[in-house]
Design a protein around this ligand. Structure first.
Ligand code: AMP
Ligand code: ZN
Length: 113
């Protein structure tokens, strides 16, 4: 197993856990780009969004619900937050285990860089 995020799920590499259940894990990003920057990942290894298949739909929906829950817990839901999933090289994806970035706590810019 060479995947960094699979190692974080297995607790072989430390992370600041924000949420965990049977299928989803969430932790603080090590290089935060906003006052709140949390990564929500499935425990199932999927390298990129392109690997998402029909059977994964409940899991992906659950990731969004976990993001909503964290946004409410962090008191940023009403102010606003951004959910981002990069896919492949030109998007800036660097870790090839899908992850939803939850960014909040400052005004976001559009279009993103
Ligand atoms: P992406 O560029 O979309 O693939 O995002 C990968 C994210 O993982 C970046 O925001 C990194 O800062 C973050 N990251 C990399 N290594 C770790 C780690 N060990 N713990 C927490 N976050 C990490
Ligand atoms: Zn993985």
């Amino acid at each position: 197993m060479s995947c960094l995020f699979c190692k974080i799920i297995a607790k072989e590499i430390p992370a600041k856990t924000v949420y965990e259940d049977e299928t989803v894990f969430a932790f603080e990003d090590i290089h935060p780009q906003a006052p709140v920057h949390i990564l929500i990942i499935p425990k199932k290894h999927l390298s990129t969004a392109l690997e998402i298949e029909n059977d994964d739909h409940p899991l992906i929906g659950h990731m969004f619900q976990v993001a909503n829950r964290i946004a409410r817990d962090k008191k940023v839901a009403d102010r606003g937050f951004r959910l981002v999933m990069n896919c492949n090289r030109e998007s800036g994806q660097t870790v090839f285990h899908i992850h939803l970035h939850l960014l909040a706590g400052r005004t976001m810019h559009w279009p993103p860089g």
